[in-house]
Design a protein around this ligand. Structure first.
Ligand code: NAD
Ligand code: DAU
Length: 333
């Protein structure tokens, strides 16, 4: 199989490329990625070159997307603007990439007669106080990010319903692991803890997320890509739910830092309190998470500690400016 992986230079996409090429020695991957602030070629270092190629392009560029698709058997679409806080600051790019870009890829896949697997999020369901969302739960997104992802999901479903396209969706809970951009909670806390800098916790820190180790998500994607039914949605929830405060405390303990670094800051606008997914439908395809939160967070902290060259370059430039805008304080040295 040859797969076009869009957004493959980002966090989950790059983990997926490494995972898939390791697990399937006959397969080939072409990554198409715009290399926004979140996309980095460094994330793809070490992939087997004879089975890998890279095209720098925007998924909204029809011609290049179609040309790149030539000879592929499937698209796995990770390309998106992915950070909720940035969507609150400036929603436009989210709607362009996450909605229009998804449409461009769907049309290209339909015309080529190949499968389009959309990578989506639990955030499209909104917040849930008790129990877990299933695939039958109503869509009720809260942020410009989740609304744009929900728009993409609806077009995926419409292409199947209207044209009989081979399109389907996975919705995952919060991923964490190596190569995640430090704008997101877990890498932000790890790097601030390593540097002894204050840890910004939004509101009271009692929000709950359903953590999924990124390599477990990669195995779920392969299960759905190969065995999922066109037109269906598959939820991929992690094995553990944690409050943000407990996540921060776990990282402080692993980095040997004191809880006095915790700094309560103004809450995120429209902040969803709790996410929780039932993964039963994906588990029925034979998938199961292999890594629990205690194991995954320990290995993730170790990865950031052992790979300073990966994050040092990020702590200058765009991320530094973003951090100062978002938190109103300078990022440490
Ligand atoms: P990321 O921000 O780390 O990576 C996004 C990648 O997409 C980057 O490489 C970026 O350069 C690329 N990209 C952005 N706009 C593009 C465009 N117009 N054309 C081509 N490439 C473009 O994101 P991530 O955390 O790896 O998330 C990947 C996907 O998984 C997203 O669709 C996201 O909505 C979804 N998702 C993420 C999580 C999570 O916890 N991170 C959970 C569920 C679902
Ligand atoms: O649930 C899946 C989603 O998970 C994905 O679709 C998104 O792409 C991904 O970014 C992630 O969204 P969240 O908003 O849940 O992740 P984030 O890491 O931004 O925040 C996790 C929680 O931590 C959330 O409740 C907000 C809180 N937080 C975050 C940051 C960056 C803080 O308290 N302080 C912070 O500085």
């Amino acid at each position: 199989m040859k797969i076009m992986v869009t957004g493959g230079a980002g966090f989950i996409g790059s983990n997926y490329v490494h995972h898939h090429l390791e697990k399937f020695p006959e397969d080939e991957i072409v990554v198409l990625d715009k290399l926004t602030y979140a996309g980095r070629l460094a994330n793809l270092e070490g992939v087997p070159e004879q089975r890998f190629s890279f095209v720098e392009a925007d998924i909204c560029d029809r011609e290049t997307s179609r040309r790149t698709l030539d000879g592929c058997d499937a698209i796995v679409n990770f390309a998106a603007e992915s950070h909720v806080d940035r969507s609150i600051e400036a929603p436009g790019e989210f709607i362009t990439t996450d909605v229009f870009g998804t449409y461009v890829l769907l049309e290209a896949a339909r015309d080529a007669g190949i499968r389009h697997l959309q990578i989506s999020t639990d955030e499209v369901y909104g917040s849930i106080d008790e129990g877990s969302f299933t695939e039958a739960s109503p869509i009720d997104p809260s942020s410009p990010y989740s609304a744009s992802k929900a728009g993409g999901d609806m077009i995926v479903s419409a292409f199947n319903h209207t044209y009989g396209a081979d399109s389907l969706t996975v919705r995952a809970s919060n991923n964490y692991g190596p190569q995640q951009h430090p704008e997101k909670l877990i890498p932000l806390v790890i790097l601030n803890a390593i540097h002894g800098d204050p840890i910004p916790v939004y509101g009271d820190g009692k929000q709950v997320r359903n953590w999924l180790f990124v390599r477990d998500f990669c195995t779920a994607i392969d299960a759905v890509l190969v065995n999922g039914q066109a037109g269906e949605v598959y939820n991929v929830g992690g094995p553990d739910e944690e409050t943000n405060l407990d996540v921060v405390k776990a990282i402080l303990a692993l980095t040997g830092r004191d809880e006095s670094l915790i700094t309560y800051v103004e809450d995120r606008l429209g902040h969803d309190l709790r996410y929780s997914l039932s993964a039963a439908k994906t588990q029925a395809l034979g998938w199961k998470a292999a890594v629990n939160f205690a194991q995954g967070i320990e290995s993730t902290v170790a990865w950031y500690r052992d790979n300073p060259q990966w994050w040092q370059a990020l702590r200058s430039g765009e991320y530094r400016e973003y951090y100062e805008r978002q938190y109103g304080v300078d990022l440490g040295a």
